[in-house]
Design a protein around this ligand. Sequence first.
Ligand code: C5P
Length: 227
Amino acid sequence: MRKITIAIDGFSSTGKSTVAKKLAKALGYIYVDTGAMYRAVTLFALENGFFKEDVLDKSALIKSLVTIQLQFKFNEETQQSDIHLNGKNVEKEIRTLRVSNKVSPVATVPEVREKLVAMQQRMGKDKGVVMDGRDIGTVVFPEAELKLFMTASPEKRASRRYKELLDRGDKVTYEEVLKNVQERDRIDSTRETSPLRQAVDAVPFDNSDMGLEEQFERIHQFALRII
Ligand code: C5P
């Protein structure tokens, strides 16, 4: 079987990573969560005081970029890959609403994107990869053999994310989560550098009324047809 590149892009909280992980496991491919990389850089910016009254000091962040090291390491306990920021496992911290509320402005910075896109291209250079994000099919791997563009209604997405955060013990309201999802979509779609767009050759995939198994089965079939 030949190895291909699978790009899964789409709006916030469409469940891209859950289905991408399952697909990668079934195919024996590596899975790369590019959102985790933007989130880790955001955590770095927050920890270093680069947000002043909610405004990002872009030049301070750009100057510090060379000091940021990101690595994915396999976690035996959860059987998943965790992201490490300068040697520290930050997988849990990057999922909080504190980081979600600041990640989209960080992701508009071209220098940040340049660094992360180069890393992503290195990680996927041998194919056999499922990568999810916003610009995988348009910028990172425009030649990917299978591209999907995931959508679902904002309310569906917010309620899924809200439940996830509650399950993890975060104290958030549904309204806060919905606002975050809508705001990230707005910034992600309107930014100048690599805005969130459906690639012309991507398969649109609305999973508003689909469970994980059904999504997986359909996408797995798409992949098997190509492989
Ligand atoms: O995928 P996730 O929701 O964790 O991504 C968090 C944020 O990171 C997105 O809202 C977006 O601003 C940014 N992102 C991006 N490009 C990617 C992946 C994520 O701009 N390839």
